[in-house]
Design a protein around this ligand. Sequence first.
Ligand SMILES: Cc1cc2nc3c(=O)[nH]c(=O)nc-3n(C[C@H](O)[C@H](O)[C@H](O)COP(=O)(O)OP(=O)(O)OC[C@H]3O[C@@H](n4cnc5c(N)ncnc54)[C@H](O)[C@@H]3O)c2cc1C
Length: 334
Amino acid sequence: MGEVWTLAEFSHGKLSSVSYELLNRGKNLAEKLNTALASVVLGYNVKREYIDELIARGADKVYVVDDKNLENFLVEPYAKVLIALIKEYNPEIFLAAATTTGRTLMPYVAVKVRTGLTADCTVLDIEEGTGNLLQTRPAIGGNILATIKTPNTRPQMATVRPHSTKPALPDRNRTGEVIYKKFDEDVFLSKSKYLRFIKDESQQVSLQDAKIIVSGGRGLGRPENFKMIDELAELLGGAVGASREVVDRGWKPYPHQIGLSGKTVSPALYIAVGISGAIQHIAGMQTSENILAINKDPDAQIFKIANLGIVGDLNEILPLLIEKIKAYKKKEAV
Ligand SMILES: Cc1cc2nc3c(=O)[nH]c(=O)nc-3n(C[C@H](O)[C@H](O)[C@H](O)COP(=O)(O)OP(=O)(O)OC[C@H]3O[C@@H](n4cnc5c(N)ncnc54)[C@H](O)[C@@H]3O)c2cc1C
């Protein structure tokens, strides 16, 4: 049985935390298949501490390709290195994050090694009996959940939606094997050239990076009431989310939608206001560290996953909350 591989994302001299989310997913699959879990790191000056972190968080093996030519992400050299590794080691499963890097790289690799790829999975499991990877993702505008299999070719490749699971926690007692691989210069040849990195500063706080999210639902009643959500989010330095009901009504544009057919988020604090807690909404925010729900219905589903709940009319609670935070901030400033 081949190994389960995850692509660790290493860029600008750092590992991104999505690498640990993939290890969490991979650990479950490797255990079910009774095989090793390995991470692949491509980059330049990959410090030992990052490799040790991957081992602490579940990797039994780490394949490292450390080369000046891999300092900045370019699809061709990255893909050629991965293809060479796949051909040498024949992994059973290969997962990457559905980030810009993963979405660019993995389809290229999958085509070249003539295997299937399922993009943007939210659930992964192993099929009993066959050992095939069950790759589940929302399809047809999020109206159905499709489970896809790759029964005839290997590796089974999938990209996984960031924040759809928690990062694996470190265990400093774990040990693992580190395999450094070298490649000839011609592997790194590319038709494209890296010029420079320009950070997109135009975006407001991005939902997926926000530490605090204030989300509004149909309970707000009218689009104008969303101003209270915007104000609360601004006061807390957070981002604004919305349920699908709100987006379908045109109160907020689609990029704010959280849930199965929207974004998956994992902030330190998620405040759900006038949101019932439908399963499709919860799918997008259940990994939040703390959930505060405000709803007038004490039996609303959202209270089942909330750490803190306020039962009452949001039209009374929100203005009070905003006033209190403003007063607190004023006092702090003195
Ligand atoms: C395939 C599929 C995909 C979907 N994807 C998503 C998705 O990505 N995201 C998503 O959110 N939904 C999604 N949905 C829709 C989902 O099923 C729910 O319909 C939706 O989440 C409900 O939105 P809501 O909670 O804002 O509205 P409602 O369910 O109508 O809830 C409104 C809540 O507000 C409360 N309320 C009303 N007035 C007040 C008040 N004055 N004060 C306090 N509380 C009040 C009510 O008690 C109620 O609990 C999807 C559905 C399907 C079938």
